[in-house]
Design a protein around this ligand. Structure first.
Ligand code: RP5
Length: 165
């Protein structure tokens, strides 16, 4: 399988308990022929390892980070504090009000260090957004993203409930 030219995606989860969302992100990236790697690095339990990993992103051809975390959910913000590569945060359910705590923690990054935030547990959208970022400088990837979007619309049009529309 060929891979996108514009770089790879680093998917980091704060805990093994978050791995399901990482798998959704990795699956959509694989479908779009974008390389990715998934790491389990807690921002508070392994801060030095996280710092080394983010610092070495260039050597690993990483161009976008997806950071997935629940509860206090500081992982995306900590990653973003150490790089100017784009960071997409995925809040996870499990804490207050099924993830409202993590959602607010990630989306409410103070000014100066942005994190793009997707919905609670929405690893698929994180993968798609990462691919769309890379597609800005990769026309072949852009064509695959566009084709996926068309196929999605066609599948809805083909639903028996929509016969005749
Ligand atoms: C965060 O705390 C993780 O991202 C996870 O969502 C949550 C619970 O972690 P574990 O107690 O399962 O390791 O650090």
């Amino acid at each position: 399988m060929s891979e996108a030219r514009g770089g790879r995606v680093a998917i980091i989860v704060g805990s093994r308990s978050d791995i399901g969302a990482a798998e959704k992100a990795a699956a959509v990236l694989s479908e779009l022929e974008v390389g990715s790697e998934t790491r389990v690095i807690s921002a508070h339990r392994a801060p030095d390892l996280l710092g080394r990993y983010v610092a070495n992103a260039g050597e690993r051809q990483i161009s976008v980070f997806i950071a997935i975390a629940g509860l206090a959910a500081h992982l995306p913000g900590v990653v973003a504090s150490q790089t100017t590569l784009p960071v997409i945060g995925v809040p996870m359910a499990g804490g207050v009000s099924d993830g409202l705590d993590a959602l607010l923690a990630i989306v409410q990054m103070p000014k100066g260090v942005p994190v793009a935030t997707v919905g609670v547990g929405n690893g698929e959208n994180a993968g798609l957004l990462a691919a769309q970022i890379l597609a800005v400088s990769d026309s072949e990837l852009r064509a695959r993203v566009d084709a996926r979007r068309r196929a999605q619309a066609e599948a809805i049009a083909a639903d028996p409930a929509n016969e005749g529309l």
